[in-house]
Design a protein around this ligand. Structure first.
Ligand SMILES: C[S@@+](CC[C@H](N)C(=O)[O-])C[C@H]1O[C@@H](n2cnc3c(N)ncnc32)[C@H](O)[C@@H]1O
Length: 218
């Protein structure tokens, strides 16, 4: 791992203990949790499938995936995030497999997943386009890529790197739907973008930046 990769991993590891305090991270309020549960149900097939959550953090979405009857694997570079994800699913009495690993090369089998899901992760990767190509290879034919992303600032606002080394991130500060779609489109057969910024329940209140889900089929 590079020095900046180490600094980014350390940043998230240190953030793990307070990460769930944000409404859309911990999903502790019932309306926020239900809003995400409803979206997750809409993005996943009805029947139980194998889902990989890349950059799973404390496992909040993985928990919703498992609660929906799916088999979930989470990968995150920060060991404390992974520990919290394991504990969260165990406390809920749900099964889930959680691994420490790099989103750029998740330590899982190629072609082993029906859905690769990732929320708020590509913006903090050093080579997001390479990671996306790798994620598509993890899908079975007909599998689905679900990326929940956004731009964490108003249009035209400058972005301040959150840790040393982050200034080199190509999508630091977030990536707009058009740019992400342009990167994903050559890798998939079908692609749609679902705006999420108008659904205040997802975020614990109104938001004024761009937020969306990109759903694509391999
Ligand atoms: C904004 S958090 C999102 C967490 C989770 N997906 C969620 O939505 O609650 C970004 C996550 O990406 C993870 N992450 C950052 N760089 C990573 C990398 N190179 N490989 C794997 N995980 C990474 C961080 O540890 C952190 O858990």
């Amino acid at each position: 791992m590079t020095d900046s990769g180490r600094a980014i991993a350390d940043y998230w590891d240190a953030a793990a203990s307070s990460f769930d305090e944000e409404p859309d991270h911990g999903l502790r309020a019932a309306p926020t949790r239900e809003a995400w549960a409803r979206r997750v149900r809409g993005w996943l097939p009805a029947e139980p499938v194998d889902v990989l959550d890349v950059g799973c953090g404390t496992g909040s979405l993985a928990e919703l995936v498992a609660a929906g009857g799916h088999r979930v694997t989470g990968v995150d570079v920060a060991p404390r995030m992974v520990a919290r994800a394991r504990a969260k699913l165990a406390a809920a009495g749900l099964a889930g497999r959680f691994l420490v690993g790099d989103a750029g090369a998740p330590p899982v089998r190629a072609g082993g997943f029906d859905v690769v899901l990732s929320r708020h992760v590509v913006w903090t990767l050093p080579d997001p386009e390479r990671a996306l190509r790798g994620w598509v290879r993890l899908l079975r034919p007909g599998g689905r890529l679900v990326l929940i992303e956004g731009r964490w600032r108003e249009a035209g606002e400058p972005w301040a790197p959150y840790v040393a080394g982050a200034e080199h991130l190509p999508w630091g500060g977030g990536v707009g739907a058009d740019e992400l779609a342009a990167a994903v489109r050559p890798l998939v057969t079908d692609l749609r973008v679902e705006p999420l910024d108008g659904d205040a329940a997802l975020w614990g209140g109104p938001v004024h930046d761009e937020r969306y889900a990109l759903v694509a089929e391999r």
